[in-house]
Write a protein that binds this ligand. Structure first.
Ligand code: ADP
Length: 275
């Protein structure tokens, strides 16, 4: 079925990011709801490059753990609209704010789905590079999906790619990537995604960004000290051994010791849950 832009009725603004505004829309004929991301034509080369990369990735991914794209519309003035499936429960960031921290059982369910999405991306040579609570969306069927490929990278392209890739959110950056962005060097996009994923899962359990003490503002020097020189954070006393070991496997500062998405999917923390 092909949907045309004229068949869509705007309902409300869902969110606004660096890339553009995201609206909830309704398809007039079928009454189905979707999310529509609007990106204005931009003269900036980097912004245009990011958008074409995001579209390229969304076009070629087909996984039940990655937000599905239904259509792309190019407008006369060069604006672009991306029609996506509507994730009606919002992001992990808003769920944490609204409902409080997640139980281990819930987190095992979330982690399994995000890791399936990451495993899909990594085996297709794509590094997401901006994994954080705000970029993981949930729907009322309890499905968890990875979104926002604005700064993702297709690793099989030459290391520089067609355009220089911009920097994502510092707070969730792995130590090796933080060093690369700030001091030069190399890092693995895949292992970096796993660090960000581990930090994300931990944040949902403890209820705050885990690398800084409560109340500390996430300014650049504090983040730099915590990410590059701090010990990786560990879970509080009450957490199960399996969960502690799972988080430890994600938050290894040494890339060689960090588990891959495929390995983590077989971790005991994910195997004995009643979902
Ligand atoms: P940006 O790349 O500019 O940060 P995002 O793609 O992350 O933009 O979208 C911004 C916000 O819009 C998200 O945090 C989320 O709240 C909302 N959003 C994005 N895509 C969807 C979707 N498919 N379903 C529901 N809400 C969405």
């Amino acid at each position: 079925t092909s949907i045309s832009a004229a068949d869509l009725e705007t309902l409300e603004l869902l969110g606004q990011g660096n890339g553009g505004k995201v609206y909830k829309v309704r398809h007039k004929q079928t009454s189905s709801t979707y999310a529509l991301k609007l990106v204005s034509n931009h003269s900036d080369h980097t912004v245009r490059c990011n958008l074409s990369r995001e579209i390229e990735i969304l076009r070629c991914t087909d996984s039940s753990h990655i937000v599905r794209c239904e259509a792309f519309f190019e407008q006369p003035l060069g604006d672009i609209k991306i029609l996506m499936e509507f994730m009606d429960s919002g992001s992990l960031e808003t769920l944490l704010k609204d409902n409080g921290t997640f139980s281990e059982a819930k987190l095992a369910h979330v982690a399994r789905q995000v890791l399936s999405g990451l495993n899909y991306l990594h085996t297709h040579n794509i590094a997401h590079r901006d994994i954080k609570p705000a970029n993981i969306l949930v729907n009322s069927n309890m499905e968890v999906k990875i979104a926002d490929f604005g700064i993702s990278k297709i690793m099989s392209l030459t290391s520089e790619g067609a355009c220089s890739s911009p920097v994502g959110t510092f707070a969730y950056m792995s130590p090796e990537r933080f060093n690369k962005e700030n001091c030069g060097g190399t890092y693995s996009g895949y292992a970096s995604d796993i660090w960000s994923f581990g930090l994300t899962i931990m944040e949902l359990y403890v209820g705050r960004y885990p690398l800084l003490p409560p109340g500390q503002s996430p300014d650049w020097p504090s983040l730099m000290l915590a990410i590059c020189f701090g010990e990786p954070p560990s879970l509080p006393e009450g957490a199960s051994q399996e969960f502690k070991s799972f988080i430890e496997a994600c938050l290894q500062k040494e890339v060689g010791k960090r588990w891959t998405a495929g390995q983590l999917l077989k971790h005991p923390f994910l195997s004995d849950v009643g979902f």
